[in-house]
Design a protein around this ligand. Structure first.
Ligand code: NAD
Length: 416
């Protein structure tokens, strides 16, 4: 039988495995297998040539027992409701493992932003808020950027929401540009949090990070900042990077600044002169110390897991590893820092952004870094300790910590 690659079925399977370890009571387990509510929307948008195009979008609010739902918005041509459901579930576990007072949600629009003009993207973003705005709010559900959405898109959405409510509501969305109430340190927060986790993992594994090699799949927000911060914070050497067009490999080390400049000028990494061209599949199997998947789901599967060589897998992307691959990696002694822990820096600084919006006073970047570091290190060690106590892999340990907290909140509210 071929491996299941539907992200939501994978998310449910992971929860089922954790529920068995925790001996979660059946009603609670069933409640946590499903989103609490979801909204499907159809969005007519006037295109630049005068025609109208009809788009479809979603917002899923998975569980709000610990606080307002929170989670990014994706613009992607292959977006599906099941991907959004999975991402919303993982957001629920992510806010819980970080112990921040939020639930989990996610949204998406099926579209190809690469072929849309800024005007078309703005009209699509505003149309989405006109439909979904009725279930958003700083105390209800707070979106943020994700794949192919940007601070500019967050600004248009916040503005449209302000018109609906009749007054400014900066806390309705995070990842905003700084002049509109964004937080210092939000831009690189996902990668920074991931690098703090790598630092803690290296301590446990007695791995010297200075000069250790890292390969990064995906060169957007998470991937580019990881390429810069890995060397800056930990002394890592960037051996390979890739984007949707292909990748580049140079075991002697690639210059992050040169890679970013090249991608900015040509639109992709393909043809970067200071290394050898490699495919995304080859990048995953390189002999490096650290592998950071920072693109999309289902990259490490039963098919390629046995060929992965990296000692540490730092999952900046959501859902890059399938359950069958997890078993192979754990059996092979690889140290996986699971997605909803490793990439939780983004939502953590988004939460800081909400706090700053609520009291109208803004922190310095150094303060944000310090608070993020403390939160990431605490969550990392809670998961590592649980993995040790239960003799389970880190993903299951993260589930045990997170599901335990969400389950407790559901029970205290009297839901089950
Ligand atoms: P982004 O849109 O900024 O970048 C995505 C990158 O992935 C691009 O470089 C793109 O070329 C590349 N890509 C797309 N398809 C690919 C493929 N098949 N192979 C290789 N590369 C491919 O997105 P992002 O915000 O960096 O998000 C990347 C991952 O990190 C996603 O899984 C996202 O859910 C996760 N994440 C992001 C944040 C955040 O704050 N931005 C927070 C948590 C998790």
């Amino acid at each position: 039988m071929s491996e299941e690659l539907n992200p939501f079925e994978i998310a449910q399977k992971q929860l089922d495995a954790a529920a068995a370890i925790m001996q979660l009571e059946p009603a609670l387990h069933e409640l946590l297998r499903w989103p609490i509510r979801e909204l499907h929307v159809t969005l007519p948008v006037r295109m630049d040539d005068g025609s109208s195009e009809i788009f479809h979008g979603y917002r899923v609010q998975y569980n709000d027992s610990r606080g307002p739902t929170k989670g990014g918005l994706r613009f992607h041509p292959h977006e599906t409701i099941d991907t959004v459901r999975a991402l919303a579930a993982w957001m629920t576990w992510k806010t819980a493992v970080m112990d921040i007072p939020l639930g989990g949600g996610k949204g998406g629009i099926i579209c190809n932003p690469k072929v849309m003009s800024p005007g078309e993207l703005e009209r699509l973003s505003r149309a989405y808020i006109r439909q979904v705005g009725r279930i958003l709010g700083e105390d209800m559900d707070v979106p943020a950027p994700d794949v192919y959405t940007t601070p500019q898109i967050m600004a248009w959405m916040m503005d449209e929401y302000a018109f609906m409510r009749g007054h400014n509501v900066p806390g309705v969305i995070t990842g905003k540009p700084l002049p509109l109430g964004g937080s210092a340190g939000r831009g690189d927060a996902t990668a920074r949090g991931g690098m703090y986790c790598v630092r803690e993992a290296a301590k446990l594994l007695n791995l010297a990070t200075a000069g250790a090699t890292m390969a990064i799949q995906g060169f957007g927000n998470a991937g580019q900042y990881a390429a810069t911060l890995g060397p800056e914070l930990l002394g890592l050497r960037i051996a390979a990077v890739s984007d949707s067009q292909g990748g580049v490999y140079n075991p002697a080390g690639l210059s992050p600044a040169a890679l970013i400049a090249y991608k900015q000028s040509t639109g992709s990494l393909a043809g970067f002169p200071e290394g050898d061209a490699i495919t995304n599949a080859e990048l995953l199997e390189l002999d490096v110390d650290i592998l950071a998947p920072a693109a999309l789901e289902n990259q490490i599967t039963a098919e390629n897991a046995a060929r992965i060589k990296a000692k540490v897998i730092a999952e900046l992307a959501n859902g890059p590893t399938t359950p069958d691959a997890d078993a192979v990696l754990y059996g092979g002694g690889h140290y996986v820092i699971p997605d909803f822990l490793c990439n939780a820096g983004g939502v953590t600084v988004s939460y800081f952004e909400q706090v700053q919006n609520a009291y109208g006073y803004y922190w310095k970047e150094a303060q944000v870094h310090e608070l993020l570091d403390e939160k990431m290190a605490t969550a990392f060690h809670a998961v590592a300790q649980t993995a040790d106590d239960y003799k389970i892999d880190n993903r299951m340990a993260a589930y045990v910590v997170a599901v335990g907290r969400v389950a407790e909140a559901c029970k205290l509210r009297g839901w089950v």
